[in-house]
Write a protein that binds this ligand. Structure first.
Ligand code: GLY
Ligand code: MN
Ligand code: MN
Length: 439
């Protein structure tokens, strides 16, 4: 799938977005939908801008991700208006002239002063104004109606063919980075060097990434969202856990790979987690409650812990006693799309919470899978000192083979993460397909 092919799907995508907006406006009693892209923010007492992040409800309409102070105004039955902020700026590069497959579908009004947006936006009628508070203009204060937003968020769970095409491209963009990262690890690089290799291979800078890369050598793999990239070259390269994605036209990929370096016990653990991860990817089927997949994951990882002689307990008992949660303390995955942790993973169309299973507070997805959804499947087994210390203080400590745990502690942990598209039939693994295409 090329970018050109993805673009050919854009008109149908926009049609779906409009239909969704029509339904949301009608259901919640509004005449107009106004969406602010957001504003550039400055550091306190400074003139340095923070990285700009577009309102996801804005980039749902069109692939503009670097466009502060712009607006979309949509009234059912009318061509949507795009207020396009293009300052006359010689300090920074201003947005270029609008171009792309989307241009002909919008009534574009170019402004060079953010306040001029007001001249192009509807001033009467019942207006749903979506945006961060900072985006307010006089008379255009975001009200973010909860019911309407819940509806739009919920339906973002179902990707259009255009979105799926762009998300496949986001996978393709990330995969060379993962291969380069592995090569850098095998060559003895530092975390910072591995990160740099990833960025170079994907043609991204830090600012382009959909989330900060998680690049962990050795024990750092036990910190789930490890936020540093050390310049130190460790004396031994035991393991690399890299969780890194890419952005294409505002859509994210989110991929994790873990590599060992010849230690038989750690390599067995990586292989076992990957086998279960692949089996779980195969269970992404329409009608399956994602909560059940999460619990199934615990049982499968419990089985891994038992088979590899880390914990000698029945997997069901491990789950009930919270022992699997010591080693796997996060959720199986989450919806992904315009945001890496996409919205509405655990609410219905009306914003009502779909509860998590008791004892699983970090699960980000509780909906029943349906065609068009894309979710991550990211099981892991980690050796987290604080959680192990808690386990050691319980009666279940005696079921743990602490010498095996001690051996594995310096490797940090294992996570394997792919994105999977739920279809009418067999699941589509976007990530594996991208790796295969590059091989
Ligand atoms: N990269 C964060 C996550 O996997 O959820
Ligand atoms: Mn993820
Ligand atoms: Mn991830």
């Amino acid at each position: 799938m090329s970018a050109i092919a993805a673009n050919s799907l854009y008109p149908a995508h926009l049609h779906s977005i409009k239909a969704r907006a029509d339904a949301a406006l009608q259901k919640h009693g509004f005449d107009h939908l106004l969406v602010a892209s957001g504003v550039e923010k400055l550091e306190f007492l400074d003139d340095r801008p923070y990285p700009f992040k577009t309102n996801a409800q804005f980039k749902a309409w069109l692939p503009l991700t670097h466009h502060a102070s712009s607006w979309i105004a949509y009234t059912p039955g009318l061509k949507p208006v795009l207020v396009y902020y293009q300052p006359d700026d010689y300090w920074h590069v201003p947005p270029t002239q609008p171009e792309g497959a989307w241009v002909e579908h919008f009534d574009i009004r170019i402004i060079s002063d953010p306040a001029d947006a007001a001249k192009h936006l509807p001033t009467s009628g019942r207006r749903a104004i979506i945006g961060e508070p900072d985006a307010a203009l006089p008379g255009f204060e975001p009200n973010n109606p909860k019911g309407l937003l819940d509806y739009l968020h919920y339906h973002r769970g179902y990707k259009t063919p255009y979105e799926l095409a762009v998300m496949r491209l986001a996978q393709r963009r990330a995969v060379p980075g993962h291969l380069a990262a592995r090569a850098a690890f095998k060559a003895g690089a530092s975390e910072a060097q591995i990160h740099a290799a990833y960025l170079a291979a994907t043609g991204q800078t830090d600012l382009d990434l959909p989330y900060s890369n998680i690049v962990c050598l050795n024990r750092n793999g036990a910190t789930l969202h490890y936020q540093y990239k050390s310049n130190d070259v460790p004396s031994q390269h035991r393991s690399l856990l890299i969780d890194a994605g890419a952005d294409v036209d505002g859509y994210a990929s989110d991929i994790t790979r873990t590599w060992g370096n010849g230690d038989a016990r750690f390599e067995s653990l990586v292989n076992a987690v990957e086998n279960e991860q692949q089996a779980l990817c195969g269970l992404v089927r329409a009608g399956t409650d994602y909560r059940d997949l999460h619990l199934e994951c615990h049982l499968r990882l419990g089985n891994v812990l038992r088979t590899l002689e880390i914990v000698d307990m029945d997997p069901g008992q491990m789950l009930d006693a919270g022992v699997t949660s010591t080693f796997f303390p996060h959720g199986l995955g989450h919806p992904i799309g315009l945001q890496v942790h996409d919205v509405a993973g655990f609410t219905d169309e009306d914003g009502t919470l779909i509860p998590r299973p008791a004892g699983h507070p970090y699960l980000r997805m509780t909906r029943t899978l349906a065609p068009g959804m894309v979710v991550t499947i990211e099981p892991g087994i980690y050796f987290i000192p604080t959680l192990l210390a808690k386990l050691k203080a319980t009666p279940h400590a005696k079921a743990v083979n602490w010498s095996n745990v001690e051996h594995l502690l310096p490797f940090g942990g294992v996570r394997i993460e792919d994105e999977v598209h739920c279809t009418e039939g067999a699941p589509e693994n976007l990530t594996r397909d991208a790796f295969a295409a590059l091989a």
